[in-house]
Design a protein around this ligand. Structure first.
Ligand SMILES: [Fe+2]
Ligand SMILES: [Fe+2]
Length: 415
């Protein structure tokens, strides 16, 4: 037996097996590949019997003992095939840069694997996983369909971009507005909040489907949910400060948002919600900011737009990455837009209460001449939205022709 060389030796002194020896023994075994040998040095005679039975129970192979210099027992163990999975390669050590640790730094030492194993469950990426656990029902198990590499950077931006809907808007600077403007603003805020509610519920459905080995995606979506919750909060507060009650929810909006919620594929949903819907909302929020009747309204539009642009970026990264890895995705995404357009057949244009409210907001009053200007501004807004969608779609990888078709088919509800 003495001819056999162990890869590692642990000195366990006088520790009995049930008195701490395992805390030295087990981690040492975990360092070995199955079949690898460990030498256990011990001065406790009880270990002679206990170690052999422990090895039998734990399915390691006990190879025997010899007494070496100083009366020390040298036990030899071969690591079993079915014991705790060992880590084949160690991650390099995480190190702060200029006092900071970002999710992107973590990604550098623990990269996202191409595919995920359902048997690793909620084990953090990089953890050793004991064999024999249950399979988890995650359905987003492929990096190329769920986890664009930009996700860590966007998560870092989201964390540092959080703001407080209670204190960060100078609410006490809101002054009473003339009735037509108050009514228009309350209507616009009601419409925004209704759409924001869908933007909270739709991505939330996908979090439980994402394999935890791509946790950064779930963490980014969690930050997006916090953003949407804040948007619902600020838009409804601003609506209620108008003092005329909330506005109308239209059937067009309701049908449009239901079709969004019924999209079952993560990439299709991200495309419809973030690239097309939230992308179009960026122009809408800019429009409201431009014609905001007071500073607090302008401020909350700027802040919401900042958050939305992160959501659009994630959607774009997700879709662009998917398109680069799956040439069939173009056709699927266009088909998703067509299906949705068919489901919305006959709903007409932009919901009338929203169209009227945006016109009055841009007019700044109900004077006919001002309303003519407001009407023109609203018409220009629709053109701007169409042009931005085409630009964004081409940026994602669609041809000019595809982009034009998809943008034309986009819901008149904007989201
Ligand atoms: Fe939002
Ligand atoms: Fe959003």
């Amino acid at each position: 037996m003495s001819a056999k060389a162990a890869a590692i030796a642990v000195d366990c002194g006088e520790l009995p097996l049930g008195g701490g020896l395992l805390a030295l023994l087990r981690p040492a075994l975990n360092e070995l590949e199955p079949g690898g040998m460990l030498a256990v040095l011990s001065r406790a005679t009880s270990v002679r019997e206990d170690l052999a039975s422990w090895c039998r129970a734990e399915r390691h192979e006990y190879l025997g003992v010899e007494t070496i210099d100083g009366g020390i027992d040298r036990h030899l163990i071969a690591r079993g095939e079915f014991s705790v999975a060992n880590q084949t390669s160690y991650e390099s050590q995480l190190k702060p840069r200029e006092g900071k640790l970002t999710a992107s730094d973590v990604l550098d030492v623990a990269p996202l694997p191409l595919t995920a194993d359902p048997y690793t469950g909620f084990a953090p990426r990089g953890a050793r996983v004991e064999p024999g656990g249950p399979a988890y029902p995650f359905t987003l198990n492929e990096r190329d369909h769920a986890a664009p590499p930009e996700v860590a950077k966007l998560y870092d931006q989201a964390v540092s971009g959080q703001w407080d809907a209670t204190r960060d808007i100078p609410w006490d600077e809101v002054k009473p507005l003339p009735f037509p403007l108050a009514q228009a603003l309350a209507q616009i805020m009601t419409f925004l909040a209704e759409n924001e509610l869908s933007a909270l519920y739709v991505p939330a459905r996908f979090i439980p489907r994402i394999h935890p080995v791509y946790a950064e995606v779930a963490m980014f979506l969690a930050s997006q949910l916090a953003d949407e919750a804040r948007h619902i909060d600020v838009f409804l507060k601003r609506a209620r400060l108008c003092g005329v009650g909330l506005g109308t929810s239209s059937v067009t909006t309701s049908r449009s948002l239901l079709s969004l919620m019924q999209t079952e594929d993560f990439t299709e949903s991200s495309f419809l919600l973030s690239v097309l819907g939230e992308g179009t909302f960026l122009d809408l929020l800019s429009f409201i900011e431009r014609y905001a009747p007071d500073e607090p309204t302008g401020e909350l539009m700027r802040r919401a737009k900042n958050d939305e642009s992160r959501h659009v970026h994630f959607g774009l990264a997700h879709v662009r990455y998917g398109l680069a890895n799956d040439p069939n995705l173009y056709g699927r995404l266009e088909a998703a837009v067509r299906r949705r357009a068919a489901a919305l057949h006959g709903v007409g244009g932009v919901p009338a209460p929203v169209q009227d409210a945006l016109t009055i907001l841009a007019a700044g009053s109900a004077e006919p001449e001002a309303v003519a200007r407001g009407h023109e501004a609203f018409r220009e807004l629709l053109e701007t939205m169409h042009a931005s969608r085409i630009r964004r779609l081409q940026h994602a990888g669609f041809t000019a022709e595809q982009a034009e078709t998809i943008s034309e088919l986009h819901t008149p509800n904007f989201m």
